[in-house]
Ligand binder design. Structure first.
Ligand SMILES: [Zn+2]
Length: 83
């Protein structure tokens, strides 16, 4: 995964949808807040127009992998499910 291209906000509606779907998909470990909020669910970052936000603190993150935002992960995820 070392050289994956990255994307930075602002993100459009399609990118935000792809990112948040990715977070819930189980395809890979979702991006999470480094602070301990009691459960992984409470730490799972949410994508917005201006970047990732933590639902339980002020933590933000300003990048994502391209494949997370452009929806291309969905095809890989679907192919994995068929195997
Ligand atoms: Zn947090």
């Amino acid at each position: 995964m070392g050289q994956q291209p990255m994307t930075q906000p602002p993100w459009n509606r399609d990118q935000i949808e792809s990112l948040n779907e990715f977070q819930q998909s189980g395809f890979m470990h979702p991006f999470t807040c480094p602070n301990n909020h009691g459960s992984n669910e409470a730490r799972t970052l949410r994508a917005t127009h201006n970047g990732w936000t933590c639902p339980n603190c002020e933590y933000t993150q300003g990048w994502a992998h391209d494949f997370m935002a452009d929806g291309s992960w969905r095809e890989v995820h679907a192919a994995n499910a068929i195997r």
